[in-house]
Structures are given as structure tokens and as C-alpha cells.
Ligand binder design. Structure first.
Ligand SMILES: Nc1ncnc2c1ncn2[C@@H]1O[C@H](COP(=O)(O)OP(=O)(O)OP(=O)(O)O)[C@@H](O)[C@H]1O
Length: 347
């Protein structure tokens, strides 16, 4: 399948700090790809390298088959929207959006048509003459996006564009952005540390940690088949327990030998056992894999989030029914829902 952007063996350090360590990412045309990871993992640096604001120490950025590693930002057919909107406060909405078009020497008539069409797209028609200061944060962010879209980039780079918005507005804007991306067929590269945002919006998620790509996959793929304990823990909640693989399909954790479905580990290999809270079933005492005591239960809308203390481990469990604090219960997990991961080697 043909790609629009390829990052090939990108590495970058600041002094002794290795920020990106041999990153390889490929994007297809019209794809919504999200770089997801905790603060400081190298997402913004990756985006800045794609945008041309930063040079890699090693590796290449390839755009439609051409090496653009050393091409300046303004010569790349990419536009960037940063978290800080960087709008011109002395210009009104129209002139902010028209700014790049005037530089391109488009005619007045063409500019008016273009500005009106992007204002319509972001649902801010009629705002042309408003000053930037008179707009809410969400409206300012839409104008920043409109300004980028007016340039008709092939690829739009967005660095935590919704980070400053409150939750409700953020959710609305997530749908809006996804709609715009699909409507215009632009390739989006999106940076966020919010896993829910990444799962909701993306075609492809690149999970990063410590300058390394941990996994690339669809949201479903990343959630259901995490490549390692870091991804499992970062994407959604999980119970992460130390274990030892005894043989194929048999793991020991919390002092008990438990059937699982994973194979191919060395005998007695230390492993991470990952179990999602929604995959833990609560059973009658003495009928499950373990016995435990309920230590908390909070109503979360669709389920109760409970903590169950068992053999020195504090399980997080999602259950549609609640139990009184102090109740003695059994805990069950079917083998299919016990995910065995290789231990992470800390970099
Ligand atoms: N210009 C710079 N000079 C020195 N160190 C830098 C520079 N830019 C980034 N770094 C460092 O590189 C690392 C990665 O930063 P980066 O901004 O790419 O992370 P991030 O994943 O985007 O984090 P956040 O979510 O907090 O924005 C951090 O340790 C950061 O301090």
C-alpha cells in the first residue's frame, strides 16, 4: 500500500538525553494517525521533525517518496496546529484565516470564498469580523484549525490541539475534527497523551514511551492485544501482576498455578500478567481462583469500580453489581482473558 509519509530510523538526542531512538512510522494517505504516550516520551519532537521544525540526528523523513529531511517547514505541504493557538490578536477572524492565502497572493475574491468555506466547515459562519479576544478558547481553537485548513495541506499536524479545552468541549471537538478529516480526506498526525482521545479518533495509534515505539495498531488492536505491559497499562486500566510461566498455557501468579492460553515462553520465565478490570468476575467465596475482600466500590455510570484485596494484591474490578465494603468474595478470570507479556526491559 502506498504511503504518504515515512519516518525511517529517526533518532534524536538533546545532550545526553536520547529523546527518539530509531523511530520507524509509515502513514497512508487520508489516515488519522495518533502519537500517544506519557509526557516526555518524544511525541512533540517526532511531530516537529515531520513538520521540519527540528532536524533528526539520524534517519530520514520521506514525503511521497521524496527525502524532505532537510527541507524547511514552509516548503513542505504540511500545516501544524499547536496547543497554543498562535492566532494574531491584532487581526480579526477573517484576516487570521486569510493570512497564509494573502502570502500565497491569492485574489481577494478567492480568499473570501475560501475563508467562508472553512468557516462553514468549522461551524463559525458569521464570525468573520469578530476580534480574536472576543472568542472562547474552543472558538479560537477552531479558528486555528480553519487557518491551517485554508492552506489545503495534504497533511495536518496537530499537537494536543484540544489540551486547553474543558471536557465537554473537548469531546465535541473530537467529533468535529474527525468529521472534518473524513470530509476533506486530509491525512492527520495527531499528538495526545489522552488514551481515550486516541482510541476515539484514530485509524492508527502509535504508542510511545521513552523515545521508543511500543506498538503500532488500530485502536481495537492496541486495546485488545497490547504488545507489552506498558501498552496494556497505558491504554485503559489493567491489573498488572508479576508471574512465572511454568509451561505452555500454565502460569503461576499470586502463589497459584493458573491455566492461560499463551505459549512460547521459557520454562520459569518471569512475566507480566495483565488482566483488564472488566474481565474479572466476582464469584461466591471459595468458588473462584482467589478469595478476596472488597475494600471500595464507586459508581461510574455504566459499572461499579471496585477494589478487592487478595493475597497482598489490590485488584481493580469493573462490575455491574456492587458489593458492600468488607464483603468476602471469590475472584474468577477465564484463561482467555489472562494476558501474558514479556517483562519490559527498562531503557
Ligand atoms: N529543545 C529541546 N532541548 C532540550 N530538550 C528537549 C527539547 N525539546 C524537547 N526536549 C526533551 O525531549 C524529551 C521529549 O520531549 P517531547 O516534547 O518530544 O515529549 P512529549 O512526549 O511531546 O511530551 P509532552 O506530552 O509533555 O508534550 C523531553 O525530555 C524534553 O525535555
Amino acid at each position: 500500500m502506498s504511503t504518504i509519509i515515512d519516518l525511517l530510523n529517526i533518532s534524536k538526542s538533546y545532550g545526553d538525553n536520547i529523546v527518539l531512538d530509531n523511530i520507524n512510522i509509515s502513514l497512508r494517505k487520508n489516515e488519522f494517525l495518533t502519537l500517544l504516550g506519557p509526557s516526555g516520551c518524544g511525541k512533540t519532537t517526532t511531530l516537529r521533525i515531520i513538520g521540519g521544525f527540528e532536524n533528526p540526528d539520524v534517519g530520514k523523513v520521506v514525503f511521497e517518496g521524496k527525502d524532505i529531511t532537510h527541507i524547511p517547514p514552509y516548503k513542505r505541504n504540511l500545516n501544524t496546529v499547536f496547543q497554543k493557538y498562535a492566532l494574531f490578536s491584532h487581526l480579526n477572524v477573517f484576516d487570521n484565516i486569510a493570512f497564509g492565502l494573502k502570502i500565497k497572493k491569492m485574489s481577494k475574491k478567492e480568499i473570501t470564498v475560501k475563508v467562508n468555506s472553512v468557516l462553514e466547515l468549522i461551524n463559525l459562519k458569521g464570525f468573520e469580523n469578530r476580534s480574536i479576544d472576543s472568542l472562547s478558547g474552543g472558538q479560537q481553537q477552531r479558528i486555528a484549525i480553519a487557518r491551517a485548513l485554508a492552506n489545503e495541506p495534504n497533511v495536518l499536524l496537530l499537537d494536543e490541539p484540544l489540551g486547553a479545552l474543558d471536557l465537554k468541549l473537548r469531546k465535541d471537538m473530537q467529533y468535529e475534527l474527525k468529521r472534518i478529516q473524513q470530509e476533506l480526506g486530509i491525512t492527520f498526525i495527531y499528538v495526545t497523551h489522552d488514551q481515550e482521545e486516541a482510541l476515539t479518533m484514530s485509524d492508527t495509534v502509535v504508542v510511545m514511551n521513552n523515545g521508543l515505539v511500543q506498538q503500532v495498531g488500530t485502536p481495537e488492536n492496541i486495546y485488545n492485544e497490547p504488545a507489552n505491559a506498558f501498552v496494556a497499562d497505558f491504554i485503559g486500566e489493567s491489573n498488572l501482576i508479576d508471574g512465572i510461566m511454568l509451561e505452555d498455557c500454565l502460569v503461576k501468579f499470586l502463589d497459584k498455578n493458573i491455566p492461560c492460553v499463551d505459549k512460547g515462553f521459557a520454562t520459569h520465565e518471569p512475566v507480566d500478567v495483565v488482566i483488564r478490570p472488566e474481565d474479572v468476575e466476582i464469584a461466591e467465596i471459595d468458588t473462584g481462583l482467589f478469595n478476596g475482600v472488597v475494600t471500595s466500590s464507586i459508581f461510574k455510570g455504566v459499572h461499579y469500580e471496585m477494589n478487592i484485596q487478595s493475597r497482598g494484591y489490590n485488584w481493580t474490578v469493573h462490575n455491574t453489581k456492587t458489593y458492600e465494603i468488607g464483603s468476602k468474595v471469590g475472584i474468577n478470570v477465564i484463561p482467555f482473558n489472562i494476558h501474558i507479556m514479556k517483562k519490559l526491559v527498562e531503557g
